[in-house]
Design a protein around this ligand. Structure first.
Ligand SMILES: [Zn+2]
Length: 294
C-alpha cells in the first residue's frame, strides 16, 4: 500500500514511476562530488541513499494530492513511448505508471488538476499518451497548470539549440498537445496562490522558471520542492548542483533559500527524486542541515 501523508484536510500519496540505482555520484554531481563526505558520514546518514559502496539511488515520480474537493497530480514523471533522441535511457519506456496511479486510487478521468513545477523531461511525460499515433492528454478532465516562463522558454529555439539537449522533443510530445487541447492555465513569473491551498513559489536555477509548490491546510504546511534538490546529499551540501541544473548559481541560491525555509518549520518536504519514501524533514545541524525520511 502506498503511504498516505495527511496535511490538514488534504492527503498526499507518492506514485513512483521508476527507481534508478547505481548512479555514479561523480557524474551526477559533476564538478562538486567529494568522496570524503561519504567516508566521514557513512554511519550517520539515513539508510537507503546509496547502492553498494557509493552509487546513488534516485527516483522519478508523481505526488497525488486529494483535497475535499479535488484530485491533483504534482508533476507527471517521464511517460511511455516518448521519442527522446538525446536521452535514450528515458526513451520509449513501457512502464505501468497508470496501474500504479490506480493503486493509489486515481483513474485518469478523476484528475482535476495537474500542477507542473517545471517542464523538464521527467516532470511532464504522463501529461500525454500515445493513442492511434497521436499524443493525447492522459488526464482528459484536468486543467494543466505550470509556470509561463517555462512554457515560453521550452517552446522557443533557445531551449533546443544546445548540443545533446536532454529535453529535446519534450515540449512537442508532452506539453504542446495539452496546450492545443485548451487545457492549460499558466502561472506568472512572480508565482501565486492556486485553489486556496496551493502556492507557486519561484525557485529558479535548476530550470529557467522552476517553481516549488506549497500546500497549506488546517494550519499545516508541506512543500513540493521539485528539483531544488535531486538527492538528500544536497541537504548536507547545498552548494552541490546536479548535472541537470541549467543555471547553476541561481540553482544554489534557490536551494539554500528552500532549506532555510523548511528547516525552521514543521514542514514536510516532498521531493521528486529522493529515494525511499521521497518525503521527510530538513532540520538544522550545526551550521548546516540534515535529512530524515518519514
Ligand atoms: Zn527532475
Amino acid at each position: 500500500m502506498n503511504k498516505v501523508y495527511q496535511v490538514g484536510d488534504a492527503t498526499v500519496t507518492r506514485v513512483t514511476e521508476m527507481t534508478l540505482s547505481g548512479v555514479p555520484p561523480e557524474i551526477y554531481f559533476a564538478g562538486s562530488w567529494d568522496p570524503a563526505f561519504l567516508e566521514k558520514n557513512r554511519d550517520t546518514l539515513p539508510a537507503g541513499l546509496i547502492d553498494g559502496d557509493s552509487q546513488l539511488v534516485v527516483s522519478i515520480g508523481t505526488w497525488v494530492v486529494k483535497t475535499p474537493d479535488h484530485t491533483i497530480l504534482i508533476d507527471t514523471a517521464t511517460g511511455n513511448d516518448k521519442n527522446l533522441p538525446y536521452n535514450p535511457e528515458l526513451s520509449n519506456l513501457k512502464l505501468p505508471y497508470l496501474d500504479r496511479l490506480l493503486e493509489a486510487g486515481v483513474t485518469p478521468e478523476d484528475v482535476d488538476y495537474v500542477l507542473l513545477t517545471h517542464l523538464h523531461v521527467d516532470h511532464v511525460g504522463w501529461n500525454t499518451r500515445l493513442a492511434g499515433g497521436n499524443w493525447v492528454p492522459t488526464f482528459p478532465n484536468a486543467t494543466y497548470v505550470f509556470p509561463l516562463s517555462e512554457q515560453q522558454y521550452y517552446s522557443s529555439p533557445a531551449s533546443h539549440n544546445k548540443e545533446n539537449e536532454p529535453n529535446f522533443n519534450v515540449y512537442e510530445e508532452s506539453v504542446l498537445p495539452v496546450v492545443e487541447a485548451g487545457l492549460v492555465k499558466t502561472i506568472p513569473p512572480e508565482g501565486g496562490e492556486f485553489l486556496d491551498m496551493f502556492k507557486f513559489i519561484p525557485t529558479p536555477g535548476h530550470s529557467i522558471g522552476q517553481m516549488s509548490i506549497s500546500l497549506t491546510s488546517g494550519g499545516e504546511e508541506a512543500l513540493f520542492g521539485a528539483d531544488v534538490m535531486h538527492h538528500p546529499f544536497q541537504v548536507y551540501h547545498p552548494e552541490w548542483n546536479s548535472m541537470y541544473c541549467e543555471f547553476t548559481e541561481q540553482a544554489r541560491v534557490s536551494r539554500r533559500r528552500v532549506l532555510e525555509y523548511v528547516a525552521d518549520r514543521p514542514i514536510i518536504y516532498f521531493s521528486t527524486h529522493f529515494p525511499g519514501s521521497s518525503a521527510g524533514y530538513v532540520t538544522r545541524d550545526g551550521n548546516g542541515f540534515k535529512w530524515e525520511f518519514i
